[in-house]
Write a protein that binds this ligand. Sequence first.
Ligand code: 9MR
Length: 561
Amino acid sequence: MKSFLLSCTCFVFFCFSGNAQSHTIRINQLGYHPMAIKQFVVASPHTAVDFKVVHDGVPIYEGVLGDVQEWNLAGEKVRLGEFTAVEAEGTYTIEIEGLEASHPFKISPRVYDEVLPASVRAYYYLRSGTALKEEHAGKWHRNGGHSDLKVSYHRSLQRKGTIDAPRGWYDAGDYGKYTVNGAFTAGQLLMMHERFPEVLGDGSLGIPESGNGISDLLDEVKYETDWLLTMQDDDGGVFHKLTCDRFVGMVLPEEAQCERFVMAKGTGGSLDFAAVMAKVYRAYHTIDSAYAEQCLTAAKKAWAWAKTHPNVAFKNPKGVITGEYGDTDFSEEWFWAASELYKATEEMEYLEYIKKQDITFEYSYGDGWRKFMKYLGIFSLLSDDSQIPESLREQLKNGIVSLADVLLDKSKTLDYQQAVDSYQWGSNSDIQNTAVIMAEAYRLQPKEAYIFGVQSALDYLLGKNAVGYSFLTGFGSKSPMHIHHRPSAGDGIEAPVPGYVVGGPNFDRQDRNQVTYPEGVAPMQAWKDVMPSFASNEICINWNSPLPFLIAFYTSSLEQR
Ligand code: 9MR
C-alpha cells in the first residue's frame, strides 16, 4: 500500500511539473552568505506546506511555505519559502515531504570566493591567437588559432593591403572579434576595477601575466584593448569587426579554418572605442604611462573621426552572416564616449556635449551592447572624483536612484523577483545589468533593499530560476553541459569550459528551426541545455562582464553594513 501511494505521489508530481528538465525546489545552488536573505521557490507545489532545513541529516530549522502564487512569465504555480534566520556555516538541503530534496547548498561568507575569479578567468579561455598552456588552463589547455596577422580588408571595402590585428578575445561561441562588443565588455570590466581596485589583484587569476605586479583583471582586459588598438585606421575611424563571412563548424580554434577579414568602419564602434580607450588611459596612467597616452590619443582620434562621420551605420556586407552588432541610433555611444573623455581629460568640449543632452533614465531590455553604455558613462561621471557641475551630479544621481527604485518595485511583483519583464536574447545580462543599476544606486544612496536586489539577481543566475539550473558553467549541482561554444563542443572534454554565464531564456527562440521547445513554453522557460541553441545557450563576453562587479559589490556591501 505504501509503495502504491508513493508511486501515485510521483505520478502527480510529474504530471504537474512545469518543466520536465527542472528540479522542483529552486535555490541558489552555491548557497548564501550568512547575512543574506535566504529564499527559495517550490514550483508545481502540491499540498505539503512545511519545509525543513537539514544539516547532516538533522533538521535544524522548520518553516511554512507561503500561499500558492501563479507566475505567468515563469509559467508555474509556486510557493516561496524563507530561512533567513539560519546563519550558521555549513552545508544544507531543503526538504519537503513528497518532493526530492533540494540540491545541497552552503551557508558561508566565502560562498562566492571561487566564482568571482572564475567569471574573469573565463576571458582568458577566450584568448585568440595564443595557445592556452596546461599550467593556466588546466584540462582545457589547447593550441592557438587565428594569429590575425596580415588580415585582408573585406572585398566590400575595395581596399588593397592588410592589417595586423592579433590578440583579443573571441566574442562568444563563435570565433569573431567585434569592436562594439569588445569595447563595451572591456568597459564594464574596467568599471569593476575602478570600483574595486583591490579585488582580482596580481596573481588572482593564474594567467600568464600573473606575477608582473599588475592587477590580473587589468592584464586580462589589456589582452582585448591591445587588439582594439589595432583596429583603428590611420584616419581615426575604427573597423567594426574581424570575422569570416560565415560561421565555421563546432571545432577548436586551430581547426576553424576560414578566411578572416577586417570589415568597414562605423560610428558606433568608433565611439565605443573612444570611450573604452579613455577608460584604459585612466586605469593605466600610473602603471604604464606610455600605454595610457597611446590609448588617450587613440580615443581622441576616434572621437574626431565620429564628429566628421556622425551617421555611419555598419551593415553586414552582402554574403556576410557573422554577427552584425548593428545600430542606427548612436546617442548612447556619443554619451558614453563624451563622458569617458571628459573624465579622462576634463576638457570642456566633452562636458558641453553632455550638458546639451536630454538624459533619460529608463532600462531597455535586450541588446545591452547598444543600450546600456550610456549608464557606463553616467557611472563614470558619478565617481567621487569627477569634476562635474553640482546640478549635473544631482540630475544624474536622482536619475539613477529613481531608476533603481523603479526596478526594485518591478522586481517585487515580477516572477523570481527579477526586474525583467521581457526575456530576450542574452536575458541573463538584463538580469545582471538591472542589478548593476541597483548597485550603483546604493553607492549614491545606501538603501539596504538595493543590496538584496543584487542578491536576487545572483540567486537567479545560480539556480533560483524557472528551469532550476545554475546558468554559470562549472558552478552549482546542475549547470549547463552543452553550451553553444566552439571550444567546449570541439575539445572532447565532457565538462564545458568553466565560468561562463549562458545567454538564458529567450522567448524569441531564433533557433527554433534546430531546437525543439515545448508547445506553449513560458518566457522564463525558453532555454535549453543543448549545443545547437545559439539563442539561449551560447556564451558571450558581454554576458559575463557584469558578474564580477555584482559579486564584489554584494559581498563587500553586505559585510560593511
Ligand atoms: O548578443 C547579441 C544579441 O543582442 C543580438 O540580438 C543577436 C542577433 O544580432 O546577436 C547577439 O550577439 C551575437 C553576435 O552577433 C555574434 N557572436 C555571438 C553573439 C551572441 O549570440
